[in-house]
Ligand binder design. Structure first.
Ligand code: NAD
Length: 356
């Protein structure tokens, strides 16, 4: 892979490799775009097969964060860190403090947080060495309820756009996954008196929890969820679930959930969904509640303010749906147009010199 060529093609700013001999820490930080503000993105710890795989992952994830933050209305750029190692073996206080020192060396161009295989406890060690870490214990807390809340408002916006009426009590829902985010989303739907909710799960504990707490929510086996006769299909489990096999089965008029990277192939499957006349709420817009929440840690965290910003996902999605309709493009593409417009407009404003 020619890294500079790739960085030039996709507008990357910086790719940093770091190594600490004492702890064996091996990592890569990528800063994609800081037009709107410091690059924010979590630290993922993964046993990558090789450096190439880790590099590609960090490049892809950092760019995704640029779009996510821009579309969420945040003054943040996109970045990410990946650590190469076995999560069961490498973790220690010193390991994460070493990471914190590298983060600090970037002097605020990059802010980290927890991600796959890193926890708030690990980030507490990181914070001993750097000011540039969020998602700490006792601050903005577990992001999942706010991610689910954002998805709930995103579903309301989708209903408004598709049917001209966002009253949840008139509609039926099929939720794939009742884990951290799916569980809270189902609770919000029930509070709003959803007409009927179905869910699928593979984790017996999560199935039991739902059956015990909400027996009215009907379990369906994972293979049935895509073909359910419902108004809204809500993917809240894995990525790449919208693909050649599943899209033809879908009977819902709306796809809107919390899961990341749900389109197996963004353009191909974005267009397939559009051609079937299904409204798709772009994943990185509808699931931004967590990052909006954590962003507020940078400005004296206030839960009410964070919730108000999460609710704005409703209006943002309506704007994106309108762009897609006007331009005749699929909704994921429209979301990128929306994000790029915000980055370039704010960038142009900055050209005017103003003393502060
Ligand atoms: P989670 O692991 O807590 O929940 C996912 C659930 O899906 C699990 O209970 C799992 O058993 C279930 N599942 C897995 N495969 C399944 C299948 N084939 N059929 C049915 N159920 C299945 O994860 P989460 O935090 O709820 O995240 C879910 C998705 O949302 C992920 O794609 C994640 O990247 C995305 N997301 C989460 C957040 C957040 O704040 N947690 C923020 C943004 C995006």
């Amino acid at each position: 892979m020619d890294k500079f060529d790739y960085m030039e093609r996709h507008g990357y700013e910086q790719l940093i490799y770091f190594y600490d001999k004492t702890t064996g820490l091996k990592g890569i930080t990528c800063i994609h775009d800081t037009t709107l503000g410091p690059a924010l993105g979590g630290t993922r710890l993964w046993n990558y097969a090789n450096e190439e795989e880790a590099t590609l992952d960090v490049l892809r994830l950092a760019r995704g964060m640029t779009y996510k933050a821009a579309a969420a209305g945040l003054n943040l750029g996109g970045g990410k860190t990946v650590l190469i190692g076995d999560a069961n073996q490498v973790k220690s206080e010193a390991y994460f403090r070493a990471l914190g020192r590298y983060v600090q060396s970037l002097n605020g161009r990059y802010i980290t947080a927890e991600d796959v295989n890193t926890s708030t406890k690990d980030m507490d060690y990181v914070s001993m060495e750097t000011d540039y870490v969020v998602g700490l214990e006792g601050k903005s807390g577990n992001p999942s309820p706010l991610t689910a809340l954002g998805a709930f408002h995103g579903i309301r916006a989708s209903l408004q756009f598709a049917f001209g009426d966002n009253d949840i009590s008139k509609y039926t829902f099929a939720v794939q996954g009742a884990g951290q985010t799916g569980y809270y989303l189902i609770n919000y739907l029930l509070e709003a008196k959803a007409k009927k909710v179905y869910f699928s799960e593979i984790n017996p504990k999560h199935i039991e929890r739902m059956k015990k707490e909400h027996p009215e929510v009907e379990f369906v086996t994972p293979d049935k969820i895509f073909g359910m006769e419902v108004d809204v299909l809500s993917p809240c489990a894995l990525g790449a679930v919208l693909n050649d096999d599943t899209i033809p089965q879908i009977k819902a008029k709306i796809i809107a959930g919390t899961a990341n990277n749900v389109l197996a192939d963004e353009d191909k499957h974005g267009n397939m969904i559009k051609d079937r006349g299904i409204l798709y709420a772009p994943d990185f817009v509808i699931n931004a509640g967590g990052v909006i929440n954590v962003y507020h840690e940078l400005h004296n965290y206030n839960r009410e303010k964070a919730v108000r910003d999460v609710e704005k996902i409703y209006d943002r999605l309506l704007e994106i749906f309108a762009i897609a309709q006007k331009e005749g493009i699929h909704q994921q593409q429209a979301a990128k147009v929306f994000a790029r417009n915000r980055i370039s407009t704010i960038n142009k404003l900055h050209a005017n010199y103003i003393k502060r």
